[in-house]
Ligand binder design. Structure first.
Ligand code: SF4
Ligand code: SF4
Length: 500
């Protein structure tokens, strides 16, 4: 299949030539299939999404099965259903605080080691489902964006339909140092990604699908190409495209995709949908959508990269709610003494001190273990490395100095609120200055967000209008009879269905 030769990118950032090549020093080992973890208990937070918490629907002592709903949204709330990834007994329902500052109820389930599935989980015999059915499945399965903020996928679909986009983008651009789980997902189950993309395109009402891939990921390309070619006849109504990007962190970020692909600098009230006519889904989210459609399995597990210095990195499929300590126990050779445990990727994650009670959530793509080193901090030597790499084209050293001296108006004028907390400036600074901590916190405070709570606090405050569309409204959107009839006419092209 011939693909365009163009390579997309944005200015600055960091590539393997200038700093962040250490992912190549960490080899990944795996079996033929991904390793799976079956924990003895899970701690299932009721909020793993952009929005507000769901309400527990089970009681202490109740038996639950895999795929059973244990938390449901209050009517009219921007919450997402939560399902159990293990079978067992509800031991406790208590409030927890996640490392990102979210405080919500959590359902603690102890495993019965039987791995019993709920009666509603079964491979769907006929996946030739309508677009409106896809939307219903995605909403009920509790699927959220798994690569970032956890925006409910149904809200994104409906916002895109309201704004009238012309394509979907499948984001396969995972290029944080050490992170590998999305690539593993693509290589292991490319057919689920391709079919999920077609289903989402159908749900949005478009026929064009662009896969965004780093040029260095030849294995991702080969896997997706193979899956497309094998099923080419089934997708005759759809146009697939592959867009190659230079390997550069943080290329996969929302705003960086807009810059690279459309040469557009998105403003705070703009989205890819409203400005560029495209809606983007992370490839793991796309996988989860197809798993919900084909296997009738809600979002109950995810791949997590367990990585860091001094041991071989692994990708592990874990039930959502698995604690970080149980996850780390699956990998040989990890010592917790003299190491810091990071909930997330090593550049953008948050350090945790209670791994026994900190769960992985729908959006946790990695757990990193890095050496406890006291980095000596010295004065800025004006090397300008931070300015040369900031993907938002800010001057981090200068901004840091303004914020430290309390000259906040000037810091705001210099664009501090554009900081996306990518962490590159802190990583690259030879003086060991925590530039990201200062600038990202200041940017969050400018946007009315508390440190560490980022978008979640923002959404709790009800300010969830992006791109001129209220996410809550589109999340709650009920389809009229007319719309259902119209969209039911759009048949997904599987098992003999004909696209229109
Ligand atoms: S953390 Fe903010 S200031 Fe630092 S490089 Fe990233 S975007 Fe720029
Ligand atoms: S990278 Fe560090 S030392 Fe260099 S200019 Fe920026 S703040 Fe100063």
């Amino acid at each position: 299949m011939p693909w365009a030769e163009k390579r997309y990118s944005f200015h600055k950032g960091s590539n393997s030539d200038n700093a962040l090549d250490f992912s190549k020093r960490s080899s990944f080992i795996r079996d033929i299939l991904l390793e799976k973890v079956y924990p003895n208990r899970i701690v299932l937070p009721m909020q793993m999404n952009f929005g507000v918490p769901a309400v527990p629907t089970v009681e202490v002592g109740e038996s639950v099965t895999i795929g059973q709903c244990v938390g449901a949204p209050r009517p009219g709330s921007f919450a997402v259903p939560v399902h159990s990834g293990i079978s067992g007994t509800v031991k406790e329902i208590r409030d927890i605080t996640l490392p990102n500052g979210i405080r919500c109820p959590a359902v603690v389930i102890e495993s019965d080691r039987k791995r019993t599935f709920h009666s509603s989980v079964y491979p769907r015999q006929d996946v030739n489902v309508s677009a409106s059915k896809v939307r219903g499945i995605v909403k009920d399965a509790g699927i959220v964006g798994m690569g970032g903020e956890g925006i409910p996928t149904i809200a994104k679909i409906n916002r895109a339909r309201n704004l009238g986009v012309n394509r979907i983008l499948v984001n396969c651009l995972q290029n944080e140092p050490f992170a590998n789980c999305d690539h593993m997902r693509i290589c292991e189950t490319p057919e689920y990604i391709v079919m999920g993309a077609v289903a989402l395109a159908g749900a949005v009402g478009v026929s064009r699908i662009d896969f965004l891939i780093s040029e260095s990921r030849k294995d991702d390309l080969a896997a997706l190409q193979n899956a497309m070619e094998l099923s080419a006849g089934d997708y005759s109504g759809y146009a697939f495209n592959i867009k190659f990007f230079k390997e550069r962190f943080p290329q996969g970020y929302y705003g960086m995709v807009a810059k690279a692909l459309y040469d557009v600098d998105l403003q705070e009230d703009e989205t890819l949908e409203s400005r560029c006519g495209a809606v983007m889904f992370n490839c793991s989210t796309v996988y989860a959508c197809w798993e919900a459609i084909a296997d009738n399995l809600p979002l109950t597990s995810r791949i997590v990269t367990v990585t860091g210095a001094n041991f071989e990195s692994h990708n592990v499929i874990a039930p959502i709610g698995t604690t970080v300590s149980d996850l780390l126990a699956t990998v040989n050779g990890i010592s917790r003494s003299n190491n810091r445990i990071i909930w997330g990727n090593c550049l953008t994650g948050l350090e945790i001190t209670d791994p026994e009670n900190t769960p992985i959530t729908k959006t946790t793509s990695a757990v990193s273990v890095i050496p406890k080193k006291e980095i000596p901090v010295s004065s800025c030597i004006k090397c300008l490395k931070c300015t040369e790499t900031c993907p938002e084209e800010l001057e981090p050293g200068f901004l840091y100095d303004l914020i430290r001296r309390g000259i906040t108006n000037r810091a705001e004028d210099e664009g501090a609120r554009k900081c996306i907390a990518c962490g590159i400036c802190s990583y690259i600074c030879p003086s060991g200055i925590d530039l990201t901590g200062a600038i990202a916190s200041f940017a969050a405070s400018l946007k009315g967000r508390e440190k560490g709570k980022a978008f979640y606090a923002y959404s709790n405050a009800g300010k969830i209008d992006l791109g001129g569309i209220s996410l809550l409204e589109v999340y709650e959107e009920e389809e009229t009879e007319e719309q259902v009839t119209e969209s039911d006419g759009f048949v997904l092209p599987f098992e003999g269905g004909k696209p229109v």
